[in-house]
Design a protein around this ligand. Sequence first.
Ligand SMILES: Nc1ncnc2c1ncn2[C@@H]1O[C@H](COP(=O)(O)OP(=O)(O)OP(=O)(O)O)[C@@H](O)[C@H]1O
Length: 273
Amino acid sequence: MNDMSHEGYTTEDGRKIGGVLMEMRNITLKFGGVTAIKDISFDIREGEIRAIIGPNGAGKSSMLNVISGFYVPQEGQVMFRGAPRPKMKPYQVARQGIARTFQNIALFEGMSVLDNIMTGRLTHMKSNMLDQAIWWGKAQKEETENREKVEKIIDFLEIQNIRKTPVGRLPYGLKKRVELARALAAEPKLLLLDEPMAGMNVEEKEDMSRYILDTNDEFGTTIALIEHDMGVVMDLSDRVVVMDYGKKIGDGTPDEVRNNQDVIDAYLGVAHD
Ligand SMILES: Nc1ncnc2c1ncn2[C@@H]1O[C@H](COP(=O)(O)OP(=O)(O)OP(=O)(O)O)[C@@H](O)[C@H]1O
């Protein structure tokens, strides 16, 4: 990586990364007597793929929930586009352009793939019941536009052949892809992925990696993901934060992180003071 200026930087593969989109400033999060996150700071820049990794119980899920606005830290400040982010409801987070997937897939099992993905468009729907009653044309136009956006995502993720299939009948790897499709239907600026490769076989992991890279490339989406497995994110990410016991022990390019002794120790389970 070179030119790591405040305005952005250029990746080794020549992609231009922009300025800071989101910044975590001295975040501390506690659950009663347990400190899940201890005074952690880092930023996420426009257009980058940013990973947060760490062993079991390191605090990754807690951090993703702080980024998504689900948890409000006791100390520190979350900055979004240069302004402190207030406590927000999930729909307000969605309107800021943040979408996420979940580790335990959260789809409507009885609904078709297409209908599940359409639910991702909800934050973009403007016409209400009254519009639909008195001016059906407006609602119909919006429905057509939403369908076109969703069809584009279905093509992009190569799931045309299962568009009418109830999600409950799909194998795990495809469900994960449908969840990604639903998140993309919201046209997020920032996409949060909660262990996107968990429970996948090698081939499914390769597919998911490719779709994540293509999403970033095709739509310019900034992506932050948490992952337990260090290996899978190294080829994917521009920069990696490493957490262990709630602390940040590394932050840098995959190469920098791979050669960081604290990170090596944490993954080998070397005892702490
Ligand atoms: N809702 C909660 N209530 C109480 N303690 C919690 C809660 N969520 C997390 N913790 C604790 O905070 C610490 C960090 O947990 P967290 O789930 O964020 O780690 P993680 O890195 O995501 O772990 P894993 O890889 O196992 O999912 C752990 O000690 C956990 O027990």
